[in-house]
Design a protein around this ligand. Structure first.
Ligand SMILES: Cc1cc2nc3c(=O)[nH]c(=O)nc-3n(C[C@H](O)[C@H](O)[C@H](O)COP(=O)(O)OP(=O)(O)OC[C@H]3O[C@@H](n4cnc5c(N)ncnc54)[C@H](O)[C@@H]3O)c2cc1C
Length: 398
């Protein structure tokens, strides 16, 4: 580890790894620091990603793909279900990764491209000068070291503290933190080619429960509920335990995780002098699904691309870094985050009877055109009583 770099990346998840790999490949000096002993472990993810989304950043490889899924099943609160085939389900089908290997592979690629990597190394404070970020204090096995950088990227995930220490407001309202719990279960009977999503206020209030296959008899079985619905006896894990006891009474749990997913709007600003914020730290998760692997990689790569120019021009100011902030907001990703936030805000207010009505009518549709807008229009046509609930949503998604 040197004393100074062009770029310091804090966090070795998919976002940080992509940022480091992009800048290192272009010949910039890069240090990536990860506080855990190994990237990707313990896994805090259901590990689903669309095929095209993955291929945009890395060549698919069986070393880090556990399963390929070709359909998605949506189950209404009353148990009625509808199937989406791969052409219709879009990002809901694709691969179920093995994040322990996937995250390690991305960090390995960054190292291979020339980035220095330090694991078990925590950024504990920013170096600030005249209000600008100039690097970070790093802690490694009891020792402390200051590392200076022209540009720092905060890729430190949902619990991100770094940008807050620098003065950015990163608060997420409790109701917009999805409280999640997940078991890696084996010896269970599942369809290994289909992801399953369960909806309903009894099963997963203001969220959903998922089964993501990782093999013939193995799956990630997890749940996300609104933080405000969580309480004694009704935490995400309690809902999950009730579901598992009924659905997979003889299944074996070989891994158990809990975590949070920010389903709020993104940070108001993802840049300041000397700093860019990406991935979960920037709150760019899809508010509808809680998916954020692609979003982290997308913002990581874009931040590095904009950052490299700013480093070369000697203009790592807020203004010089602003094309990153504007770039992801104007991108299809940024627009879908905004649109899906509005959809999420509406859907979490729907009682089970209306969720039933939506899935029943969607089941009867010819879903060759599975765009959100056409789906909502069709559902309103078939359920005039839902008009009041969904009209505002139509206005917001245009
Ligand atoms: C239960 C659950 C299920 C999910 N399922 C899916 C899914 O199926 N599909 C999907 O797309 N997304 C899913 N997500 C979301 C997805 O996991 C995240 O959006 C994604 O990992 C974000 O990547 P990231 O690089 O921004 O952050 P992370 O992957 O969280 O990486 C951040 C890294 O920064 C490190 N770090 C933190 N602070 C410091 C510090 N001070 N110094 C050094 N290192 C630090 C952390 O140790 C961590 O490794 C799920 C999340 C949860 C909780």
């Amino acid at each position: 580890m040197k004393d100074s770099y062009d770029l310091l990346v804090i966090g070795g998840g998919p976002g940080g790894a992509l940022a480091a790999r992009t800048a290192a490949t272009a010949g910039y000096s890069v240090l990536l620091v990860e506080k855990r002993p190994a990237p990707g472990a313990p896994v805090r993810c259901a590990e689903g990603i669309g095929k095209d989304a993955l291929a945009e950043f890395v060549k698919p490889d069986s070393r880090f793909i556990s399963a390929e899924v070709t359909g998605a099943e949506l189950v209404a609160p009353d148990g009625v279900s509808m199937m989406l085939s791969s052409e219709m389900a879009g990002s809901k089908v694709g691969y179920i990764l093995d994040r322990k290997f996937f995250d390690r592979e991305l960090v390995w690629q960054a190292a291979e491209a020339g980035a220095d990597v330090m694991v078990k190394t925590r950024a504990s404070a920013p170096i600030l000068s005249g209000g600008a970020v100039k690097g970070a204090v790093l802690e490694y096995c009891g020792s402390r070291k200051k590392v200076h950088a022209d540009l720092t990227i905060a890729a430190d995930g949902v619990e991100s503290k770094f940008s807050r220490w620098c003065g950015i407001d990163t608060t997420v309202p409790v109701r917009e933190i999805m409280s999640a719990a997940q078991y890696l279960m084996t010896d269970i009977t599942i369809d290994p080619s289909t992801t399953v999503f369960f909806f309903g206020n009894t099963i997963a209030p203001e969220g959903y429960l998922w089964i993501f296959p990782k093999g013939n008899r193995t799956a990630n079985v997890g749940i996300g509920i609104s933080g405000k619905k969580s309480g004694p006896g009704n935490r995400a894990k309690d809902y999950l335990d009730r579901f598992v006891a009924g659905k997979f009474p003889n299944g074996k749990t070989i891994e158990c995780i809990v975590g949070g997913v920010p389903v709020c709007r993104p940070l108001e600003s993802t840049v300041m002098d000397g700093l860019m914020v990406i991935g979960d730290a920037a709150r760019v998760v899809d508010p509808m699904t809680g998916g954020g692997i692609y979003n982290a990689m997308f913002t990581g790569r874009l931040a590095a691309e904009v950052g490299m120019k700013a480093i070369s021009d000697g203009s790592c100011t807020r203004e010089g870094l602003m094309p990153y902030d504007e770039g992801w907001r104007k991108s299809p990703l940024g627009k879908s985050i905004e649109r899906n936030w509005h959809i999420k805000e509406k859907f979490i207010t729907l009682p089970d009877a209306k969720l039933n009505a939506i899935i029943h009518s969607a089941k009867a549709l010819d879903l060759r055109d599975f765009s959100t807008i056409s789906l909502v229009k069709e559902i309103i046509k078939r359920n005039p009583l839902l008009l009041a609930d969904l009209a505002g949503l139509m206005a917001s998604i245009g």
